[in-house]
Write a protein that binds this ligand. Structure first.
Ligand code: CUA
Length: 314
């Protein structure tokens, strides 16, 4: 089975993954055996019972009780076995143990935001400690998203106005891809991130630094802005190279004359960019949809100024 995993499946980074793969491989292998058996039988019968002459008439067979019972009962045993096995691990995956480490997950078009028990937040990337059960409590700010980490073999819809949960226990440090697995609009395919599994010490250090994202003393405002831009996943929707993504590019934005969706024009200055961060729907650029979430309350004035300094350089 390990050989199969190497070729077909992503690495097994949680106990759930090992469990899920066992069933998956069992279904795969038993289906292959059945397929081979059926194909061989078809070929054999096609040759053995082929029409041999013009007046060759086959006998009329109405029923064969033994045969019919066999082909009903055998697959039934098989599917009940798979159901029982699958149900057992489904319950395990959906029943978090006591004393989990709880992280709140918010999905919105088009990013993931994580809030940790100490108040720290991260966007895009989820940090977790290894060898400790972690529970995610998830909700959406807008439409249905789906939280999917292939390495962990977990996937769960994330809904507006309702909490859904997931739990896992990562076995070793490392990074895993995180996807949104429910089509949620234009930026759906960019709604990705990493799950970063860290040792308990590294995780606690990260947690402390994420709690108070401070501009460190030898950092210029623009460098601080760049860090904030990364933390808030701004570049999911805004490019720095002139290409148009979900939102307008930042390349050459500063000082440019911008045409808005209502036909007005204005010069991109600090006031305009500041307003567009806290109230993105106030002035929408012509040709773009009003889809940006507000960062009001998530970025303070210092941080917004730092981002403006970063945009100025583009
Ligand atoms: Cu969120 Cu697709």
């Amino acid at each position: 089975m390990n050989l199969l995993n190497k070729f077909l499946l992503p690495p097994e980074k949680t106990a759930h993954a090992v469990e899920v793969d066992k069933i998956f491989n069992f279904i795969n292998v038993s289906s292959l055996i059945l397929l081979a058996g059926i194909v061989v039988a078809i070929l054999y019968f096609v040759i053995k019972y082929r029409r041999k002459s013009e007046n060759d008439m086959p006998p009329v067979i109405r029923e064969n009780v033994k045969l019919e019972i066999t082909w009903t009962v055998v697959p039934m045993i098989l599917v009940f076995f798979i159901f029982g096995w699958g149900f057992q691990s489904f319950m395990k995956i959906h029943t978090p143990p006591d004393n989990t480490y709880e992280i709140h997950v918010t999905g919105q078009q088009w990013l993931w935001r994580f809030t940790y028990p100490n108040g720290a937040t991260s966007t895009g990337d989820l940090h977790v400690p290894v060898n400790r059960p972690v529970k995610l409590i998830m909700e959406s700010n807008d439409v249905i998203h789906s939280f999917f980490v292939p390495d962990f073999r977990i996937k769960q819809d994330v809904l507006p106005n309702r909490y859904t949960e997931l739990w896992f226990n990562v076995k070793e440090t490392g990074e895993s891809d995180l996807f949104c697995a429910e089509y949620c609009g234009t930026g759906h395919s960019d709604m990705t991130g990493k799950v970063i599994a860290q040792s308990e010490d590294d995780f606690q250090n990260w947690l402390a630094s994420a709690k108070s994202p401070q501009k460190n003393s030898n950092m210029s405002p623009a460098e601080y802005g760049k860090q904030l831009v990364q933390q808030n996943a701004c570049l999911t929707c805004h490019s720095l190279d002139g290409s148009e993504k979900v939102g307008p590019t930042w390349k050459g934005l500063w000082g440019r004359t911008v045409t808005l969706s209502n036909g007005n024009t204005l010069k991109a200055d600090a006031d305009y960019i500041h307003e567009s961060i806290v109230d993105p729907k106030a002035k929408v650029v012509e040709g773009f949809n009003p889809v940006m979430p507000s960062f009001k309350g998530q970025l303070n004035d210092d941080q917004i100024n730092a981002i403006i300094q970063f945009i100025k350089q583009q």
